[in-house]
Design a protein around this ligand. Structure first.
Ligand SMILES: NC(=O)C1=CN([C@@H]2O[C@H](COP(=O)(O)OP(=O)(O)OC[C@H]3O[C@@H](n4cnc5c(N)ncnc54)[C@H](O)[C@@H]3O)[C@@H](O)[C@H]2O)C=CC1
Ligand SMILES: O=C(O)[C@H]1O[C@H](OP(=O)(O)OP(=O)(O)OC[C@H]2O[C@@H](n3ccc(=O)[nH]c3=O)[C@H](O)[C@@H]2O)[C@H](O)[C@@H](O)[C@@H]1O
Length: 427
């Protein structure tokens, strides 16, 4: 099938390349000239395991453009995978989805054959039918479900293992209204071996929010119990190993630590809270989930102060800046509030991350410009005896922490074994 993907970021590029691997031809659309050029040179603009190899292997089966007409006229189905960030007040900002819908509508005006448009971006229930559909109709002069198809197909991939997740998902959710669109999506996803759940459009939108909200809740819950465990001298990882053996609960996604970051949990939980309030509901659990998560990273500093009461003038080494290992993404990384606090307390910070240093400096110039970046993790260890572990990159397991004071937010076993003084945040 011929597929176009609007928005070539983490989700757009990975799902598009996934469709290429499954035998389709893909045209990527992005407003960012740099990304378009890089994709056309088979260079991934983001770091994601296996992506570069796939782009090199399938050169010629995909291309990128800034031109919506080129993409829509030369494909049968268009996915919208642009960002849906939070506004200042936490509500969802649909400006990228809206401009994509308008531009697709304009391009569709010139197309006679049936075209399917699929919203893959995470959007609140009602958005596809109440925002995207009228914009496409107005700008194309065509009627949804008669002249063009419309669907919502949420994405559940995780960064760092994104390609693997896309190709081997736990499930595929397809929110549709008309039979023709359903058939197109069933055909496209046929090679993927996973349960396929067909729903109406707004149910598909809600499945995505409920999934992310539940996962965020699971971690905040674990961290709350973990904080209690810490005070009681109990290892919360052992506790959740025991809890997870109950098949109704599952052992996955129960790692206590300094909380969840990333581009999605924070913004999706906030957007759902805002939506609930707008319709007269008070989402008590979701608010607590957020609050626990906001406090969690600063526990690392409290624990550090037990051993280094005065941070003024001290050099603190920070291992890890990405919001999780395996990615260069720093959106909502727990490293930001931690480093900000260290600087406020007058500490000097030397940091290292195998992938995310450039992004950290660029995304958070207020603190990113004030810290020193090391060339390797051992350079951090050479520079200071006080170490905070923020992201559990595998290579941090290879280090010798002898003689160091280590406060660990993610549980790096080598540090636990070798450090002079070791504090785990919830163990
Ligand atoms: N990052 C992730 O792991 C996951 C993200 N999602 C959802 O997928 C959506 C996209 O997220 P990411 O890929 O992380 O965002 P991203 O920010 O990495 O990529 C978005 C891309 O869209 C481009 N763009 C913006 N406006 C455009 C327009 N009008 N036309 C063409 N391109 C445009 C941007 O230049 C950028 O390259 C969001 O709704 C997110 O919630 C869903 C599952 C996983
Ligand atoms: O909608 C999205 O964008 C995606 O959000 C998450 O994926 P992602 O943010 O890439 O990463 P996760 O592996 O879920 O980790 C999120 C955060 O939670 C933290 N985490 C994760 C697991 C855990 O047990 N404990 C924990 O603290 C990680 O360190 C990280 O900061 C979801 O796992 C995906 O299913 C979803 O598609």
């Amino acid at each position: 099938m011929k597929v176009s993907v609007v928005g070539s970021g983490y989700v757009g590029l990975v799902t598009g390349m996934g469709f290429v691997k499954l035998g389709n031809e893909v045209i990527f659309v992005d407003v960012d000239e740099r990304k378009v050029k890089m994709i056309n040179n088979a260079e991934p603009p983001i770091y994601e395991k296996g992506l570069e190899e796939l782009m090199k292997e399938f050169r010629g089966k995909y291309r990128a453009t800034k031109d919506y007409h080129e993409a829509v006229l030369n494909s049968d189905v268009t996915f919208i995978a642009v960002g849906t960030p939070s506004r200042e007040d936490g509500s969802i900002d649909l400006k990228y989805v809206e401009s994509a819908a308008k531009a697709i509508g304009e391009a569709l005006k010139e197309k006679d054959s049936y075209h399917v448009i699929v919203v893959k971006s995470t959007v609140l229930p009602g958005t596809t039918e109440e925002v995207v559909k009228p914009l496409i109709e107005d700008h194309s002069g065509k009627k949804a479900f008669r002249d063009f198809g419309l669907a919502m197909n949420p994405e559940f991939l995780r960064e760092g293992v994104a390609l693997r997740d896309f190709l081997n998902p736990d499930r595929v959710v397809i929110g549709v209204q008309d039979e023709r669109t359903k058939q197109v999506l069933e055909k496209l996803y046929k090679p993927i071996k996973a349960p396929k759940l067909i729903t109406d459009i707004k149910t598909a939108e809600m499945i995505k929010y409920a999934s992310n909200a539940f996962l965020a809740t699971k971690i905040s819950f674990a961290n709350e119990i973990g904080n209690i465990c810490k005070k009681l001298g109990i290892d919360s990882w052992k506790v959740f190993e025991g809890v997870g053996l109950d098949h109704r609960i599952s052992p996955h996604f129960f790692r206590t630590g300094i909380g969840w970051g990333g581009s999605c949990f924070p913004k999706d939980v906030k957007a759902l809270i805002k939506k609930a309030e707008e319709i007269g509901e008070e989402p008590l659990i979701l608010k607590a989930v957020l609050e626990v998560n906001e406090r969690q990273p600063l526990r690392l500093i409290e624990l550090l102060k037990k051993h280094v009461p005065e941070l003024e003038g001290k050099t603190v080494g920070v291992l890890g800046l990405a919001f999780k290992p395996g990615t260069d993404d720093v959106r909502e990384t727990r490293a930001y509030p931690i480093i900000k606090k260290l600087l406020e307390e007058g500490a000097r910070v030397i940091a290292y991350d195998p992938r995310a240093m450039e992004n950290f400096r660029r995304f958070y110039p207020d603190v990113g410009e004030k810290i020193t970046y090391a060339n390797s993790s051992s350079e951090v260890l050479d520079a200071t005896d006080v170490i905070l572990i923020v992201t559990e990159w595998k290579e941090f397991e290879e280090l010798d922490y002898s003689g160091k004071i280590v406060v660990d937010g993610r549980r790096v076993k080598a540090a636990e074994k070798t450090a002079k003084i070791y504090e785990g945040v919830c163990w």
